[in-house]
Design a protein around this ligand. Structure first.
Ligand code: ADP
Ligand code: MG
Length: 451
């Protein structure tokens, strides 16, 4: 069995390498001479293939499997894409046998054992979301329904949802907790329609105690799925069952989502995860580094490396974790201390990518898209309000998010004078103070542009 083969591999490659590279592999297929493994990322797959592909094949064959080729594929299920590059939390993740069991009888997505409350670092940007998640995980009487978590990519929405599920399964194993992505919800729904098992589908989703749907923005624009989601949602709320939803933006900002669903989603507690700040990033890095230090014993790290990374990689936590994983793997491979120099060499591509600055063109494009106007109207002369206002918004964002001067911005807006730009920026600042819709729009646009 793969389990036995893994043990042999562990002897061969050593404990550290084993934990980092072999343990996360999932054997998903073994036939016609091909062994296929699921890996969390392409980088991971390449690495394992290059370094351990032959060992793996050898041991499979020694066990009588008759394998010609070993393949590594990134699992296309949404959860696996979310998984960080072999990153493990510093705190040893509790095995979650209960959750596993529930997965088997329920059609939910598997829970990531690493995504627990223990391994979640709390800081200013996520403290409210964390507190709300904790409250739900207590499993007490339902106080707000649904809990709606939203925020940009990689800020910990999925992590918190899995943590709730783990915690509930430990504290109250009798509860039926179902976690899945909105995409999986749709997939199951369509499948049920096709196989004429819609009654089973309804019954199943209405019989859970806690329903968690991740990335709900996915069902926007998908009419029959929305409809079914709405009914499921209402049925559960009526029975006073807890619902937890996540999305990449606030309910009101999800386009092509039915109004009645938006308003339902707003009925409970809506909390956002803010972009990380320096302290939170450093905290997360320290936690992960502690774990790696215990894995790669003897590996030294110079002072200031973590601070450097927290300072430079600001985009998302997943990227941050991936960087650290690669850094440790690389340093242990070449047997060198992790210095700032080594860090800069090893992570050159990541550092370059995260230096990427928002451009005025991107701002114009995003704003035009958001307000449904033509990109050419951004720089054109039209003075109609429904065009002039978005144009001013783009000017404001250009001033805020880029280091360009007013005259430079003016040039990019069809050769307008710097006083026009200043007027536009002031106008938006003024409106923002009273127009909360506008303030929300700006916040959303900023987040999208900086993602
Ligand atoms: P989202 O679902 O919001 O896109 P995830 O929950 O998938 O983000 O998080 C991305 C990665 O970052 C995961 O590996 C997760 O464990 C990690 N992460 C995010 N926030 C934190 C945090 N506060 N503490 C520890 N790890 C975090
Ligand atoms: Mg997610």
């Amino acid at each position: 069995t793969w389990g036995e083969i893994r043990e042999q591999l562990q002897k061969r490659v050593g404990k550290n390498n084993y934990t980092t590279w072999i343990e996360p592999l999932k054997l998903s297929q073994l036939k016609n001479g091909v062994a296929r493994f699921e890996v969390p990322t392409t980088f991971f797959g390449d690495w394992v293939s290059r370094n351990y592909g032959d060992h793996i094949r050898h041991h499979l064959n020694a066990a009588g499997a008759d394998v010609e080729r070993v393949e590594f594929a990134v699992n296309s299920a949404p959860r696996a894409q979310d998984a960080a590059v072999a990153a493990k939390p510093a705190v040893k993740a509790k095995p979650a046998p209960k959750a596993r069991q529930a997965d088997e009888e329920m059609p939910g997505a598997p829970l990531d054992a690493r995504f627990t409350f223990d391994s979640f670092v709390v800081g200013k940007p996520n403290e409210l979301a964390h507190a709300a998640a904790r409250r739900v995980a207590d499993g007490g009487p339902v106080t707000f329904n649904p809990l709606f978590l939203y925020g940009g990519v990689g800020l910990g929405k999925t992590h918190l949802m899995h943590a709730i599920a783990h915690e509930l399964q430990t504290r109250q194993p009798h509860l039926r907790v179902l976690y899945l992505s909105a995409e999986q919800f749709m997939y199951r729904f369509v499948q049920a329609l096709r196989e004429k098992q819609i009654m089973d589908f309804k019954e199943l989703f209405r019989s859970v105690d806690v329903l968690m749907v991740d990335d709900v923005q996915f069902i926007a624009g998908k009419d029959s799925t929305q409809e079914e989601f709405f009914h499921t949602f209402n049925a559960l709320v009526d029975q006073n069952k807890q619902i937890v939803i996540s999305a990449d933006r606030a309910p009101g900002e999800i386009k092509d989502l039915e109004e009645r669903i938006k308003s339902r989603l707003q009925c409970g507690l809506v909390v956002d995860l803010h972009p990380t700040d320096y302290e939170l990033r450093l905290g997360i890095l320290q936690q992960k580094a502690e774990f790696y230090r215990s894995q790669y014993k003897g590996l030294k790290m110079a002072d200031g490396v973590l601070e450097f990374l927290a300072h430079r990689i600001t985009t998302n936590v997943r990227v941050l974790e991936g960087a650290l994983t690669r850094l440790f793997a690389f340093a242990s491979l070449v047997g060198r201390e992790i210095t700032l120099d080594l860090t800069q060499d090893c992570l050159a591509d990541i550092l370059r990518a995260s230096d990427r600055k928002v451009t005025i063109e991107e701002i114009q494009r995003k704003v035009a898209e958001h307000y449904n106007i033509r990109l050419s109207d951004m720089i054109g002369p039209k003075r109609l309000r429904n065009i002039a206002r978005p144009r001013q918004i783009a000017m404001y964002l250009a001033k805020q998010l880029t280091p360009r001067s007013l005259p430079e911005i003016g040039r990019r807006f069809g050769g307008r004078d710097h006083t026009t730009i200043m007027h536009g920026v002031r106008k938006i600042e003024e409106l923002m103070a009273t127009d909360s819709q506008l303030a929300d729009d700006l916040q959303l646009l900023k987040r999208l542009l900086q993602a």
